[in-house]
Ligand binder design. Structure first.
Ligand code: TUI
Length: 316
């Protein structure tokens, strides 16, 4: 058993939170992760409230367990998504790509636990001050919209700076990663990329295949000049981004190139012209597996790795 404050706070067996990935984390994935003992998250992304509500209702049909919703702060529909979350009394939300300060009071008012994803210690502290129940600190190894710091450097500094539980994200895909995160002081992990390759994940098969085929250096960072850098797998689109950036294109030009491209890859399966957002761990993901198998493997490998590490130590 791994028993942390996160297990107790969310009423879950294992301290594993599924990343709330836009266009990818649908009801099927969220329900399967919750059924397997972690907590599944529906990614609201840029979707309007009606779409998010349909996903919530579908997830409720698929599981009696609790699940959460991720609110993407750059979405024009963020406010109406918050209202739907409150109406359905969703027990927990994660937020990403911005500061959720203006929604914290409203969500806490209906008893929803709020766990912002942040890329720095300063933001983690600010979130604690505003009443967040925990923080997910995400290293630059992650896929999608990222910050600058690595998980290895960020997690212990965040743990030292706040009293609420810290969850590690970015670069974690197996039991070694979970054990490492716990060693850095985290009380749980958020995992995205590995769950993209779950059997229950409804993303286009081409997207999964790109991750399965990726090597260690294939997840590159684009769009730095926009202030919203995005990690995605190398393809025609990524090369276009890198070329434009090298030529000194403006933030607006780069932003325009990215528009609608995640949907193109995730739904239409155009993994050459679309944005295949994925983390640096893509190179270690080689199989499609059911969520239950992924989670059970991670937990049993954490234990095995702990035993292995303890053998490195000898009494003197
Ligand atoms: O949000 C993510 N990952 C994402 S969101 C996304 S959708 C998107 N697509 C294209 C461009 C931009 C977004 C794809 N992947 N991870 C959590 C995360 N949050 N990473 C970084 C942040 C973050 C950044 C700034 C959180 C707060 C923040 O606050 C800045 C401020 O002070 O407002």
């Amino acid at each position: 058993m791994i028993d942390t404050r996160i297990c107790e706070m969310l009423g879950i067996k294992y301290p594993i939170i599924q990343g709330g990935m836009a266009w990818i984390a649908t009801a099927e994935l969220a329900a399967a992760v919750s059924e397997a003992g972690g907590i599944g998250i529906i990614g609201a992304g840029n979707a309007p409230a009606e779409t998010v509500e349909r996903e919530i209702l579908r997830a409720k049909q698929l599981t009696n367990k609790q699940f959460g919703v991720n609110i993407m702060m750059l979405s024009p529909f963020a406010e109406e998504v918050v209202e739907i979350i409150c109406e359905h009394k969703i027990p927990m939300v994660t937020t990403g790509a911005g500061n959720p300060a203006k929604f914290i009071k409203r969500l806490k008012g209906v008893g929803t636990k709020i766990i912002p994803v942040v890329p720095s210690v300063a933001l983690a502290k600010r979130m604690e001050g505003l009443g967040a129940d925990a923080v997910i600190v995400e290293g630059t190894e992650a896929g999608g919209h990222i910050g600058e710091l690595t998980t290895m450097a960020l997690v212990p500094q965040a743990v030292d700076a706040v009293n609420i539980p810290v969850i590690a994200a970015g670069g974690i895909a197996d039991g070694r990663g979970l054990l490492a995160a716990l060693s850095l002081g985290a009380e749980g992990v958020q995992i995205g990329t590995r769950f993209v390759c779950a059997e229950e994940c409804t993303v286009h098969r081409n997207y999964k295949n790109m991750i399965l085929g990726a090597k260690d250096r294939d997840a590159v960072v684009t769009a730095r000049v926009t202030g919203h850098p995005v990690r995605m797998l190398k393809n025609k689109l990524a090369r276009q981004f890198l070329k434009l950036e090298k030529e000194g294109a403006t933030a607006e030009e780069i932003e325009r190139l990215g528009h609608g491209k995640l949907e193109l890859a995730a739904i239409d399966g155009d993994v050459e012209n679309g944005s295949v957002m994925a983390g640096q761990v893509s190179g270690m993901i080689n199989r499609i597996q059911p969520c239950r198998e992924i989670i059970e493997e991670i937990i049993s490998d954490t234990k095995n790795q702990l035993n292995l590490v303890s053998k490195f130590y000898t009494e003197v």
